[in-house]
Design a protein around this ligand. Structure first.
Ligand SMILES: [Zn+2]
Length: 125
């Protein structure tokens, strides 16, 4: 399609360029994932049809929308989209063991943690 991502492998910064005119355009983005998500967010709209200013506004809008969908992970604090059946935000990379530990910690702090199946997590059996 002509719009490509230029990726700085050292700092993970990215920007868009046109592979036809070999011109860079738009804002600097902070990771390859983010750049790919931003292109997805633009959908069928060709990023080259926006002015730099418009694209910058779109990028800002994209970050706002994305941050609304995300919350800090209940285990490590990284921003994540994944919400599990407890209504918790947990990165998909965490193991069952890590999740159990996190639940147990909350139970010790006096919170009861029950999942959709009614299983109470973290209780000594
Ligand atoms: Zn996490």
């Amino acid at each position: 399609m002509g719009v490509r991502i230029l990726h700085d492998k050292e700092d993970d910064y990215c920007c868009l360029y046109c592979s036809v005119t070999m011109q860079v355009f738009g804002p600097i983005m902070y990771s390859l994932d983010e750049a790919e998500e931003f292109l997805e967010y633009l959908g069928k709209r060709d990023a080259r049809r926006f002015t730099d200013k418009e694209l910058e506004a779109k990028y800002y809008e994209f970050r706002q929308v994305r941050d609304k969908e995300q919350s800090p992970c209940n285990i490590c604090g990284e921003m994540t989209k994944g919400q599990n059946n407890l209504g918790w935000y947990i990165c998909s990379s965490h193991t069952e063991e890590e999740k159990k530990e996190a639940y147990q910690r909350l139970v010790k702090e006096g919170m009861s943690v029950t999942d959709a199946q009614g299983t109470i997590w973290g209780e000594e059996k």
